[in-house]
Design a protein. Sequence first.
Length: 137
Amino acid sequence: MQKIEHLGIAVQNLEESEKLYSRLFNTEVYKREVVEQQGVTTSFLRCGVNKIELVSSVDSKDESNVINKYLSKKGEGLHHVAFAVADIKSEMARLKEEGFVLLSEEPQLGADNKLVCFLHPKSSGGMLVELVQNRNS
């Protein structure tokens, strides 16, 4: 793993959260994107050299949506930590060999032109971990 790529924060109301975090970090949202495959809308902000991803459900009434489930159990807050990797497939294989549980067998298309894979929190100390690789690498 190369570095922390971003911190993902689950939010109920994306517009209000964009205002809050823009004021908190004294910066503006630089990108908003819908990730249809995951049923989420994301907004990205920069905080120094770091990125923050605000994540909300596309449909707040969809009880099967992963973000809605998270929000109903834990409320708003830190949802995941994403780590940049050079080769997501080899990193997935390595982690699987180490006993970590992957939430998908193949990388998925994610926000910000990335390939992504999540590790089940039960296998990673209670933290949802996301592996992230640039799609053009």
